[in-house]
Write a protein that binds this ligand. Structure first.
Ligand SMILES: [Zn+2]
Length: 207
């Protein structure tokens, strides 16, 4: 598609960009200058919050995986051990927000660069155990910071996000330690990546 004909002005355009310009601005004041205007493409981003990787981000653009990033491998595991080891655990759960604040700020900065149409999160409000409560508190911090930056987000039903194969859609994938394995198509991936991608895909079709 290069060179291509720009609709409306019947001009032939040759450019090193892969996208097609939305419109052109033509300046006749000194010779002829043509400025091409492109729309910044939007992405759909899935964010998984977990005990292995604190945060896993998978962004899709045009239905395909575009960017992936993980945060905080040891950070959350150590905190989780502390929380589970404490008989009440309530203070630790409350402190978790303060502890992850800096990391979440980094995550949100990265999310902003992805120019997301929507950020898809798991609805963690339904889990009533210690791990669930802790993850929900991390999510609240993330929601707060997304809101402050004006980034649109949505809480999706977490049902099956970790079990569905993001490659073929098979609903009974196996999670073996850090790995997701699909018995139907043989696909293997980091389990958090698979979950975050499922959130992004769910949002891509339903948000
Ligand atoms: Zn599969």
């Amino acid at each position: 598609n290069n060179p291509y004909k720009l609709k409306g002005i019947d001009a032939i355009v040759k450019t090193d960009k892969s996208e097609i310009a939305n419109y052109a601005i033509i300046d006749f004041t000194d010779n002829i200058k043509v400025y091409l205007a492109y729309e910044k493409p939007k992405s759909i981003v899935g964010v998984d919050i977990g005990v292995r990787h604190l945060i896993t981000v998978v962004a899709i653009r045009n239905g395909k995986v575009w960017k992936t990033r993980f945060w905080g491998k040891e950070l959350i595991t150590d905190e989780m051990i502390k929380i589970l080891g404490e008989p009440q655990g309530v203070t630790e759960i409350r402190n978790i927000r303060a502890k992850v604040k800096k990391t979440i700020t980094e995550v949100v900065k990265f999310l902003e660069e992805l120019n997301p149409k929507v950020v898809a999160l798991e609805d963690l409000r339904i889990f009533e155990n210690k791990v669930g409560n802790t993850l929900r508190n991390i999510e609240i911090e993330l929601e707060q910071q997304l809101y402050n930056r004006g980034i649109k987000y949505k809480l999706l039903d977490p049902y099956n996000t970790s079990k569905v194969c993001s490659n073929c859609g098979f609903k009974k994938g196996e999670v073996l330690g850090p790995l997701f394995v699909c018995p139907a198509c043989g696909y293997k991936a980091d389990r958090d990546f698979n979950a975050a991608l499922n959130l992004a895909l769910k949002c891509y079709y339903t948000c």
